[in-house]
Design a protein around this ligand. Structure first.
Ligand code: IVH
Length: 675
């Protein structure tokens, strides 16, 4: 085989395995095997640079930043849809189109598809190769975002994706899809940003939009965007099936990701049921959905119905009741974060949104407040999506009566009273006083929290109390707390004190990367901490490394390197480290009592609300023990970890005979292998 042939073979295999892993959620080879073929391709491409093509799986984030996006004229207009808001509207639509059908009351069947709240993309494939991807733009002309779409892992770069498929690549197809940010990934991104002391992203849709329109594809690549495809816009060299249901199937067979939640509906009343069911479960699904798109299954027939403006008559969008409501902004609190960031938080007049009472919302930062011109006393539009923290879309300016007050930027820390500072080039306003008691409380809370040292019996209230009573001056003091001091505190009886001390003692066994995470260094969440400890060997080596060496670690950027080196260089911090070291905490990767991989080889799916862990934490726990977490239940799933309000995943697991665990059973399973 020539190098070129081998390269082509490897690319096709790699694309297939990416698809098995990211789209079907059922890999057929191990990660190590995947790495092996990927490395072989990399090595071959290095030896034969002339054979590197932009569609190689190795080139996902490789392209150079652009100065601007080129314009793209779509091969056919990218249409939108008329809306319906109730089952009545749905029946009215059926009646309207009846007049245009060969027979008014002829039987029609439908396809109901989730209406994803993402960004439309138009994808062109020539002879099976992905050659261009564009935004919708004004429906006629969009922007060329090919480079950025190449970084989306679930987007096929060649079709058919499965080399064993008996489909052949058509001369041209242009496919329409919707790119979105999965909600769990969005939550994890914001958790990591919060842990790193960075400002949070507003909402999944805008973050997805912003990521797609990055001129530097490396930035897009860093965001776990995905997509679902649902239509052909243009095609040549292929005959499409007449039924929408079969077109979806064809898309899937080419290897495009297609929503698993599409439903075939025998008649209109089934469509109504699907709509009701979706309203109930919309908060359980991992992407934002704002309605159900109802399509006449017979596409040629639907096409004969024509358009109203830009809306084809053959489909209609049944919107869900809005997860947005207006309420009054009563006040803005300033919260002091661990790294000193002064974060504005909205205090709202309580309002029910989608079954949940909302009293607080994020306001992100003061630039954002000014940009949106939000004022205290304003009626504001609040949005809630999935489990994401509610946020303020903006004020309803027309409802102002003149009594509204501007929100002032803080000039002092509301707790310690020291002047607030704004670092040039950053949006955050911070309290720069390292002795600020509020910052210390936040640092202690973070140190003992589940993602860090995970100290049982040490909650927020304990942190507040211990700082207030001056028993803690830094996190190092946690390990020298004495029983007699604690017994003096209000509400601390013998048993409670013993539990707390036992929890503190047990935490000494935590691995070095946890200790590093717990220090709360800006930009150093659990992922970065594990990288650093693994690469440099331990906390002392990291402390000694210096900015330049830190930056050489793959995955560590200049910002993080500066922050880490800065932290270890600060006067008080060696003292804290010394206290932790003498308490016997793990500082090196080797000391790390090997976290037994008790869940190795097992695949889990998580659903519902767990009693103590968030879903992200449960995922981390499983992965730390060597297990794998996927998004949907299949025959390959070993266990479903189910909490309260588990939905369709639970019934699916039951029907497939997948074992079901609660949180306690998971803990027991994970610890069963450890002596
Ligand atoms: S069909 C003519 N199907 O919703 C066909 N659209 O309000 C029109 N959308 O602009 C589109 N999921 O961005 C269709 N399964 C789906 C969809 C979907 C989301 C978006 C699309 C469109 C808007 C229509």
């Amino acid at each position: 085989m020539t190098p070129e042939e081998r390269i082509n073979q490897l690319r096709s295999e790699i694309n297939y395995h990416l698809y098995r892993y990211h789209v079907l959620d059922s890999p057929v080879i191990s990660d190590a095997q995947y790495d092996e073929i990927y490395r072989e391709l990399l090595a071959l491409e290095e030896r034969h640079p002339g054979l590197v093509t932009p569609d190689s799986p190795t080139q996902r984030a490789g392209a150079e930043p652009l100065d601007a996006f080129e314009k793209v004229t779509h091969p056919a207009p990218i249409l939108s849809l008329a809306n319906a808001f109730s089952e009545e509207d749905l029946h009215a639509w059926r009646k309207r189109i009846g007049r245009l059908l060969p027979q008014t009351d002829m039987h029609l069947d439908y396809v109901a598809e989730p209406k994803l709240d993402g960004l439309t993309v138009v994808l062109t494939y020539q002879d099976g190769a992905f050659v261009q991807g564009a935004t919708r733009g004004n429906g006629e002309v969009g922007e060329d975002i090919t480079q950025n779409l190449r970084t989306v892992i679930s987007l096929p770069r060649r079709i058919p994706v499965d080399p064993r498929s008996d489909l052949s690549a058509p001369a041209t197809i242009v496919v329409r899809g919707e790119v979105f940010f999965p909600l769990d990934k969005f939550e994890a991104l914001n958790e990591a940003r919060a842990a790193a002391g960075e400002p949070l992203y507003m909402n999944p849709r805008n973050t997805a939009a912003g990521s797609l329109r990055q001129l530097d594809p490396a930035k897009t690549a860093a965001r776990p965007l995905t997509l679902y495809c649902y239509d052909f816009i243009a095609w040549q060299g292929i005959e499409l099936p007449d039924r929408q249901w079969d077109r979806l199937e064809l898309l899937r067979n080419f290897g495009f990701p297609v929503s698993p939640d599409n439903v075939y509906c025998e008649n209109l009343s089934t469509v109504g049921q699907v709509y009701q069911r979706w309203i109930e479960k919309r908060n359980e699904i991992n992407y934002e959905v704002d309605g159900v798109v109802v399509k006449i299954n017979d596409r040629p027939l639907a096409d004969t119905l024509g358009f109203v403006g830009k809306d084809p008559r053959g489909s209609i969008a049944m919107k869900f009741p809005a997860q947005e409501k207006t309420t009054k902004l009563l006040d803005v609190q300033v919260n002091v974060g661990r790294t000193g960031i002064l974060a504005p938080a909205a205090v709202l007049e309580a309002v029910e949104i989608g079954g949940v009472i909302v009293r607080n919302a994020t306001l992100h930062n003061y630039d954002e407040i000014e940009r949106k011109d939000i004022r205290i006393g304003d009626t504001v539009l609040v949005k809630r999506a999935g489990d994401v923290i509610p946020y303020i879309i903006g004020p309803v300016v027309d409802l102002r009566d003149g009594s509204e007050r501007k929100i002032e930027r803080p000039t002092r820390c509301p707790v310690c009273g020291e002047p607030a500072v704004q670092i040039a080039g950053e949006v955050a306003i911070t309290c720069d006083n390292p002795a600020c008691p509020e910052q210390l409380t936040r640092r202690v809370e973070y140190f003992v929290s589940r993602g860090a040292m995970d100290i049982d019996g040490f909650g927020s209230q304990t942190a507040v109390l211990l700082v207030e009573k001056e028993l803690l001056h830094d996190v190092g003091d946690i390990y020298s707390l004495r029983k007699e001091d604690l017994l003096d505190l209000e509400g601390f009886k013998d048993k409670k004190v013993d539990n707390l001390l036992a929890g503190i003692e047990a935490s000494k066994a935590q691995a070095a990367d946890r200790v590093l995470t717990a220090l709360g260094i800006r930009f150093v969440g659990s992922v970065v901490a594990a990288l650093l400890v693994h690469e440099l060997g331990g906390i002392d080596q990291i402390a000694a490394a210096g900015e330049e060496r830190l930056q050489q670690v793959e995955g560590i950027g200049p910002q993080t390197a500066i922050s880490v080196a800065g932290w270890f260089g600060r006067e008080k911090n060696p003292v804290i480290l010394q206290k932790l070291r003498s308490a016997g905490l793990n500082f090196s990767a080797q000391q790390q009592a090997d976290q037994a991989e008790t869940l190795a080889g097992l695949t889990f799916v998580i659903t519902g609300t767990l009693p103590t862990m968030s879903r992200t934490e449960a995922k981390g726990f499983i992965e730390e023990h060597g297990g794998r977490v996927t998004g949907s239940v299949s025959k390959k799933t070993d266990y479903l970890l189910a909490g309260e309000k588990a939905g369709s995943k639970l019934s699916k697991a039951q029907s497939l005979g997948v074992q079901i665990l609660d949180e306690a059973a998971l803990q027991a399973l994970a610890h069963s292998g450890v002596d």
